[in-house]
Design a protein around this ligand. Structure first.
Ligand SMILES: Cc1cc2nc3c(=O)[nH]c(=O)nc-3n(C[C@H](O)[C@H](O)[C@H](O)COP(=O)(O)O)c2cc1C
Length: 330
């Protein structure tokens, strides 16, 4: 049986163009990069800002899958056609985003509260005879696992879907607590389309466990752990763990790539801090040292702080799940 593809989760701010290019160059081993969501407007044209992520030359040499966040069929349809014209072979629908501003408009995981409207939306886009495959990324409901019963039934009306990626959390979980894997397991056999698994995959052993447990699986999608361990997929495919030199070169290139993209050091350093929030988990005992990165205001402070981690914290062969959030905030 074929092994699941290993795909990078869409992550706003983290898996944008500078990351994709630098990551693909240094570590590769990614079967698909899902792009952070784009919100199509009623004006049937991508903005210049959106084109900085979507222009074919930006994603040359990597298999990129754009993602749309909308609840209006007409907006999805024009955008999907425009993406096909740009040369993409798949477009992903975001039904997972838990952000308050998004769900307030009934988009992302907000759409999961209205299964009947969701079905009308899916009817419209799947009957539009679009020249591009449609895949969906979903949570398992808004506030209760039982909601997935109806949602699974809605999705099963569209067996022509390229894949359905399930992040087994509710909207009310945000990213807290453990994934509700038992829900994924319970419904796994009932789906008519290829499935993808997403959520809290940290190590090669996690990838192996999920690939062996759920067969066949179209893909395993990883987000945060790939920010912590950029060589995760390479290792899963039999390659070597990241060396210190590779991490150093990768971070130099990532910073440079953001400086070019942003034209601004301050914003580039802020972005690097977001990566280091995950990345320090690949270094032993870096919890204190990483604070100097968060505090860095100048390039010199930042360079000193990362060098201190490189010099004093041994590189681990697997990342720790250091970003785990408890179920309750209190
Ligand atoms: C900073 C951040 C930004 C994200 N942006 C998106 C997004 O644009 N589209 C999307 O479908 N999911 C988004 N997600 C969710 C991830 O794709 C993924 O489902 C989630 O992080 C769980 O997978 P992981 O445990 O492998 O990170 C985002 C998550 C984070 C932490």
């Amino acid at each position: 049986m074929t092994e699941p593809l290993l795909v990078v989760a869409p992550m706003e701010s983290l898996t944008g163009m500078p990351f994709r290019r630098v990551h693909a160059h240094f570590f590769g081993s990614v079967d698909r990069y899902y792009l952070p969501f784009v919100t199509p407007t009623t004006l049937p044209r991508f903005t210049d800002r959106q084109m900085r992520e979507l222009a074919p030359e930006v994603n040359a040499g990597i298999h990129a899958v754009p993602q749309l966040l909308t609840r209006r069929p007409a907006d999805f349809i024009w955008a999907a056609k425009a993406l096909a014209d740009l040369g993409y072979d798949e477009v992903n629908l975001n039904l997972g985003c838990p952000a308050g501003t998004v769900v307030a408009k009934g988009k992302g995981s907000g759409f999961l509260r209205e299964p009947a409207q969701l079905q009308r939306f899916l009817d419209a886009i799947f009957s539009a005879d679009l020249p591009i495959a449609i895949s969906v990324k979903t949570r398992i409901g808004w506030a209760d696992e039982k909601e997935f019963d109806l949602l699974a039934d809605v999705y099963n009306h569209y067996p022509m879907m390229k894949s359905l990626t399930i992040h087994p959390r509710l909207r009310t979980d945000f990213y807290k607590g453990d994934v509700r894997e038992k829900v994924f397991e319970e419904y796994f056999a009932s789906f008519k389309m290829p499935l993808g698994y997403n959520g809290d995959i940290i190590t090669v052993a996690d990838i192996r466990r999920v690939s062996e447990r759920y067969r066949p699986l179209a893909h395993i999608m990883v987000g945060r752990a790939l920010m912590a361990d950029p060589a995760l997929f390479r290792k899963a495919k039999g390659g070597k763990a990241a060396t210190l030199k590779e991490i150093q070169n990768y971070y130099d290139a990532l910073l440079e790539s953001y400086r070019v993209a942003f034209g601004n050091l301050k914003n580039s350093l802020m972005r690097m801090k977001e990566y280091w929030f995950f990345q320090h988990n690949l270094f032993d005992g870096a919890e204190k040292a990483v604070k100097a990165i968060y505090k860095a205001k100048t390039l010199e402070d930042y360079t000193d702080a990362i060098n201190r981690i490189y010099e004093t914290c041994p590189l681990r062969s697997e990342a720790l799940y250091g970003w785990k959030k408890p179920l309750a905030d209190d």
